[in-house]
Design a protein around this ligand. Sequence first.
Ligand code: IVH
Length: 664
Amino acid sequence: MSKEKDIKRIKELRSLLHHHDYLYYVEDKPTISDADYDDRFRELKSLESKYPDLVTPDSPTQRVGGEPLKEFKPYQHKKPLLSLDNAMNLEELDDFDRRVREALGEEKIEYAAELKMDGLAVALVYKKGHFAVGSTRGDGVRGEDITQNLKTVKAIPLVLNEEIDLEVRGETYLPYDDFLKLNEERQEKGEALFANPRNAAAGSVRQLDPRITAGRPLDIFLYYGEVPEMATHLETLKYLKKLGFKTNPNTRQCLGLSEVKEYIKEWEKKREKLPYEIDGIVIKVNKLNDQKKLGFTARAPRWAIAFKYPPMQAETVIENIEVQVGRTGAITPVAHLKPVHLAGVVVKRATLHNEDEIRRKEIKIGDHVKVQRAGEVIPEVVEVVKSKRSGYEKEFHMPTACPVCGGKIYRPEGEAIARCTNFACPAQVKERIRHFTTREAMDIEHAGPALIDQLVEKKLIADAADLYTLTKEDILKLERMGEKSAQNVIDSIQGSLSRPFDRLIYSLGIRLVGRRTAQLLADHYFDLDELANATAEELGKIHEIGPKVAEGIVVFFKEKENRHLIEKLVKAGVKVKGGGKRQTGPLKGKKFVFTGGMEHYTRPEAEELVRQLGGSASSAVSKETDYVVAGTDPGSKYDKAKKFGVTILTEGEFVALTHRYDKS
Ligand code: IVH
């Protein structure tokens, strides 16, 4: 293709991808499949790699996060980013309304009422419609330049629909579910937990390594922008939306304070159901002329106020503390509470996370505590009400033996999580199988948790692979099982034999391997065998996979129980190969192993080349290996290859072989 044509296509792809980013992340209404999006993204990436000097900072490919910074550059705000005055109750809100009415000499004020996002304030500067600088609030006058990180926030447009100069302000936040997931991962790794989504968002936005930020699904709502010719705040928001920004759809015009109060009352209930946290309502005088008349104090605008909701907390008593055993053996202490009403539900249990958290909060059995809840999750204990102690409270001690199987509990040096070390612990077995059957994993709809419990207890299964050996007669032995339901169970198990490769990887329950990582691995490796033989070094080279995750994968495949499980899965007929692009190419199905040094390639480069041509590369020689490429000073793999009768290539032969196809 001519360069001219390529350039035209690059432009086309960029605006196409911008548009689909907008539909997906701002409108939440995607119109193409993820696979189609990925195809176009890859096409753009490959064109850009052909013309590196044509890569622009606002290309959709630049959202992945570049090199880590040593420190953030300070950023001087053109106009200070002010804070808001707070109203802690309705009387203080009345005072605000009175002040505004008096200053404007009007009876009834037109307000805009908005949700007060609990995240981190940022300012975004656009030059001729292109995203130029993103910064934190800092002390209001000077913030930090976090442009690199904000580029990874997909709801922030890199290019606007008009070529204007503009500064907008808004709140970045981490949706509640993503916050929980992040904390789960941190708990697994034994890292300190984020106390709330706000801290998690702040920690993510202020990351020196933008690749870490890119892995955190931050979102944003814009709530302020200075644009000429607008008469009201609500009009401004509409205009921002037209430009391509995400604004909160729940903003409402309120005539007079009584309508504001209705809005406040309404959202106090509805806020629990939001997928993100809000800590109040922001009330703004809608007419910009009126805003101008009211002006600012040194700290905050006089035309706006934040009404703060009381936190969703309640006081109760810890009746007992018990521990739960998770899929990886993680032991989590859980407080059993005297039932208490909290934000619309009755709460009976609260997580205490781990032993260190219990010590830090000085929690004892019998304590009066404040519990807090947000979203749908299990609540947590915020603090002990020490003034209510009687002296009869009991210290909690982590058990030394697993309460389920009696196995030894071990807490490695420097880690926060204690684990049951018995791989065969029924609690772990059940949780592992449960994970395997979930919708996101192998999606075995009719094998629900209760059924799995029975199957494990009756010793009909001991791991996920055993599911595939079950017969209808086995199922019929269980409680409340009829012919039809039993058949459904069998059918749904058999129906899962050919799930996509990434689902299979995810379903294995490898520590720290979530769905995203599973997809990356499925893209990279040809089959389970190749993945199982990958070294930590090799894994760490995959973009977005860090050393801890890589280590977790290697450790998983080293365990003899896991190897055994995989053998059984293969035997049962589970599809253990990738289904995508990697299965075509001239070296399709050919397995390579490299040993010794090479002149023309580093080992990862050579392996990548093999993969690009459809083959696979692994680090261990087996009977299935097709070629061993022996460079200078080959190791024991060379001898093994000879023993198995595997074809041995010199580097020159390898170059000649791949070169034949490389040009095609
Ligand atoms: S308006 C001059 N609107 O709350 C305009 N702020 O407590 C000042 N916030 O620093 C901000 N949601 O980070 C505004 N809908 C909203 C908001 C909001 C959250 C944050 C913002 C501000 C803080 C003040």
